[in-house]
Design a binder for this molecule. Structure first.
Ligand SMILES: NC(=O)C1=CN([C@@H]2O[C@H](COP(=O)(O)OP(=O)(O)OC[C@H]3O[C@@H](n4cnc5c(N)ncnc54)[C@H](O)[C@@H]3O)[C@@H](O)[C@H]2O)C=CC1
Ligand SMILES: O=C(CO)COP(=O)(O)O
Length: 332
């Protein structure tokens, strides 16, 4: 257990939509909060306008929120760091940071090539650092506005998960502590892939029944992988799994769902991505998740279908046909 005694200061690393929203929440919960943006010009513009125009336009950033591109300054005296850069950039960003306090990763994905989950990336870069994940059904915009939301803080470190959940909760944001970080990370990474599938069936006009079946069978394949990696199936049935699937597979604001929707309508992946200035984690995660599952002998047919569509080996209708024609079996 870490000597974690509560939070006076929080450093949020990554000034995308989610980092900005979490910084606002930390502030609301009473922590002195700094938000680190890697680009000095962006930090300057955000400080001047009190707005993150690129990722959370229209949301006021109060004067008490320190915004800086200097990582030393952001992390000085911090009791907790929230690491909120996209999964594929986490490993590249960590060497730019000085010593970290106990940290929660809020990215959702699997790293291309190495097949690591975010906490594994952090553990490799900072061995022994008390760490956990923050994950749940949370659109950044709503959390920034203080609308009601819940999530989990999952860590093997009891003091960290309980202290962080208690200190970052307030008003509309309710954090449950959890002792299964693997289950939480697998759920968070995989729901983005299933959300692409859900969007694709809706975009292709295959119907609401198809979406409900995909989400439910998606949950089953996520649970299989979580268990194979040392997590628990019940975690996948909670906020970080089922909760986030419900949000991203039905909420039109999900970037993963909307990318799937456009693919299902026949648009090309490159064209969809070219129009976006924000991250769609499921695209890089789908093949990485599939490879990670294969390495532990777990079948993930929906993830495989999404990877096939993303990599141009199949169209949406063909991929769904293939899923429908798999051998019949017992549900569980
Ligand atoms: N936006 C949301 O509602 C939520 C997002 N998340 C997760 O949080 C993570 C961050 O997502 P968002 O804040 O939405 O991102 P975003 O799409 O709003 O912004 C992209 C972020 O990535 C950073 N970035 C781009 N290239 C980079 C590089 N080479 N090195 C370091 N940073 C780089 C940008 O500076 C920016 O901070 C993702 O893993 C996402 O799945 C989790 C929950 C909610
Ligand atoms: O993780 C999220 C909500 O919990 C955000 O989902 P998208 O990245 O699909 O927008």
């Amino acid at each position: 257990m870490s000597p974690f005694h509560g939070i006076g200061r929080v450093a949020v690393i990554g000034a995308g939509a989610w980092g900005t929203a979490l910084a606002l929440q930390a502030l609301r919960a009473g922590a002195a909060t700094a938000l680190w943006a890697r680009d000095p010009d962006r930090a300057l513009a955000m400080r001047a306008a009190r707005e993150n125009a690129a990722h959370l336009p229209g949301q006021l950033l109060p004067a008490e929120l320190r915004i800086t591109a200097d990582a030393e300054e952001a992390l000085e005296g911090a009791d907790l760091a929230l690491l909120v850069v996209p999964c594929q950039h986490l490993a590249g960003m960590l060497p730019r940071l000085p010593a970290l306090p106990p940290s929660l990763v809020a990215a959702k994905g699997v790293e291309h090539g190495t097949l690591r989950l975010p906490l594994e990336i952090l553990a490799d870069a900072r061995p022994g650092l008390p760490a956990g994940v923050l994950s749940g059904p949370n659109f950044a915009r709503e959390v920034a506005q203080g609308l009601p939301a819940a999530a989990v803080v999952a860590s093997l470190d009891e003091a960290l998960r309980q202290g962080a959940a208690a200190s970052l909760s307030s008003g509309g944001f309710r954090l449950y502590d959890h002792d299964d970080p693997v289950g939480a990370e697998v759920g968070g990474a995989a729901k983005n892939v299933i959300a692409i599938a859900a969007g694709a069936v809706i975009g292709a006009g295959l119907g609401e029944n198809a979406r409900a079946a995909l989400v439910t069978r998606g949950l089953a394949e996520i649970a299989r992988l979580a268990v194979a990696l040392g997590g628990r199936a019940e975690t996948v049935a909670g906020l970080s799994g089922l909760g986030d699937l419900l949000l991203t597979c039905t909420g039109g604001s999900s970037r993963n769902f909307s990318l799937g929707l456009a693919l299902g309508q026949g648009r090309h992946l490159a064209a969809i991505l070219a129009e976006r200035n924000s991250v769609t984690e499921g695209v890089a995660t789908a093949p990485a998740l599939l490879a990670r599952a294969a390495a532990v002998g777990v079948e993930m047919p929906i993830t495989a279908a999404v990877a096939d569509v993303l990599e141009g080996r199949m169209d949406v209708v063909g991929a769904v046909e293939q899923l429908m024609n798999r051998p019949l079996r017992q549900e569980v």
